[in-house]
Design a protein around this ligand. Structure first.
Ligand code: SF4
Ligand code: SF4
Length: 461
């Protein structure tokens, strides 16, 4: 039995101001009696370290909204109110609730608990219109979902053979292609927003610890990253290859931005790369209308790995804003189906990215047909970044982040992935799937709202 893959989260609070749904505030009427610190079992109220006669500011991070301190305060000095930051942050896709959840997961690596008494809708756009079949949950309270059997989250990147060829004497003739294993079906993708080098460095260190990769623009890979070249995928345009041969030589995988020229000259590109490096090659394709055609053509020409990138909300890149643009889940399903029809799906690896916002989105993208995913924004949100979707996305990093030591930034990324790993295990266990490789294209394990809606009401309306 292989050694169990385990992520080690550690409580790593960030001493930075963040958004909360509700903020708890101690007013001027407080007489510092300390009753609130006795009644709050979550230790949100503590005495000031500098002056124990006074109460410190309440710690909203740990508050669970039970309202007990508010009821018990003899002076009515405590108040819980809706945070204005909560109202003004996020948007239609990256909702403020989601941001808070990601931030908390990065804090301690714990799985977020939600759903009890849930009164919201059970469907929505994108991944929210997809449910997974959890019918394999058997005695979770007695056995634990993944208590007895090992659930493997590792996946393979690279080209695979459709079949093996043996010689007359039974000897293997087929040449086995090189592949690379990652322990988690998640790669890190450096966002296009301006990032400080200490955040990039933390991404690389976290990826090394988690046994995955960071896809990083080749021009960002300075000498200080050299030690981690085993976990960095240099990303570059075809025209940049000649200028970065040294970096490509050391890489295990390289990512090449799709260019129309590649559609009819993938073989030429692969030969060019082969002269420089033994690295596997990812072709990074924007999720535009004809992405199925491009992916299939490249697959037939021998592409090893194709990375399909949607926008930050998981939407197609070239469609007019609003109606008609497909979501990543539909794009991946369509590409996967096309490759299956062409009998070539098993031979290559598909990475999906754009709009992967929660752990469940990883599993859902794989059920739609991806082998693995790549993420960028959730890692930034785990560091306290806020997203504003007003017109176009912009990321705002909290003040003071630059002074947070790299090991803390790294640990928060590890924590977030620890929480996601646990959630992926829960989903796989509940679906009865023990190997992440088996998730790919298992759409029979999912229910799509659009399909059942059409089946049920299509004839009536
Ligand atoms: S219970 Fe009320 S008065 Fe007493 S310390 Fe807490 S906030 Fe202040
Ligand atoms: S509302 Fe409950 S959890 Fe929050 S600070 Fe007061 S007692 Fe603690």
């Amino acid at each position: 039995m292989p050694k169990k893959y385990h992520i080690h989260p550690k409580a790593t609070p960030l001493d930075l101001d963040y958004i909360f749904k509700f903020k708890i505030v101690r007013g001027e009427d407080c007489i510092n009696c300390g009753k609130c610190s006795k009644v709050c079992i979550y230790e949100a109220h503590k005495r000031s370290k500098d002056d124990p006669r006074k109460m410190a500011d309440p710690n909203t991070v740990v508050c669970r909204n039970c309202f007990r301190c508010i009821q018990e305060c003899p002076r009515g000095a405590l108040e819980k109110s809706l945070d204005t930051g909560f109202l003004n942050t996020g948007g239609g896709y990256w909702k403020a609730d989601m941001l808070i959840s990601l931030w908390k997961q990065a804090e301690d690596g714990n799985v977020p608990v939600s759903g009890a008494g849930y009164r919201g809708p059970f469907t929505g756009p994108g991944f929210d219109s997809m449910w997974t079949d959890m019918s394999e949950i058997v005695r979770p309270t007695r056995d634990g979902i993944h208590g007895r059997e090992y659930i493997n989250t590792s996946v393979e990147l690279g080209r695979r053979l459709n079949h093996l060829v043996f010689g007359a004497e039974g000897q293997l003739i087929s040449k086995m292609p090189d592949t690379v294993d990652v322990s988690l079906p998640i790669l890190f993708d450096v966002p296009t927003d301006k990032l400080s080098s200490h955040i990039k460095f933390a991404m690389v260190k976290a990826a090394a610890e988690l046994n995955t990769f960071v896809i990083m623009p080749v021009t960002d890979i300075t000498a200080e990253f050299e030690k981690y070249c085993d976990n960095i995928i240099p990303r570059l345009a075809v025209t940049e290859i000649d200028g970065h041969k040294d970096i490509m030589k050391k890489a295990r995988i390289v990512s090449i931005d799709y260019d129309n020229v590649l559609l009819n000259n993938l073989v030429g590109l692969r030969e060019k790369i082969k002269k420089v490096s033994h690295a596997l090659t990812i072709i990074r394709i924007p999720a535009v209308k004809e992405v199925e055609y491009t992916a299939t053509k490249l697959a037939h020409d021998g592409a090893e790995i194709i990375h399909i990138t949607a926008d930050y909300r998981g939407r197609e890149l070239d469609s007019a804003k609003g109606s008609g643009s497909r979501h990543l889940k539909d794009i991946i399903r369509s590409v996967h189906q096309r490759l299956v029809e062409d009998h070539i799906r098993d031979e290559l690896t598909i990475i999906a990215s754009g709009g992967i916002a929660m752990a469940e989105n990883v599993t859902k993208a794989m059920l739609c047909g991806a082998d693995l995913t790549a993420i960028d924004l959730p890692l930034m949100i785990g560091l306290g970044a806020r997203i504003f979707e007003d017109r176009e996305k912009y990321l705002v990093f909290p003040e003071g982040l630059a002074k947070i030591p790299t090991p803390i930034v790294t640990q928060r990324m590890i924590n977030l992935m620890g929480a996601w790993h646990s959630q992926i295990l829960e989903m796989m266990g509940a679906m009865g799937i023990r190997e992440a490789r088996r998730l790919r294209g298992e759409s029979g394990r999912a229910i799509f709202f659009e399909e059942i809606d059409k089946d049920t009401f299509g004839k009536l309306f």
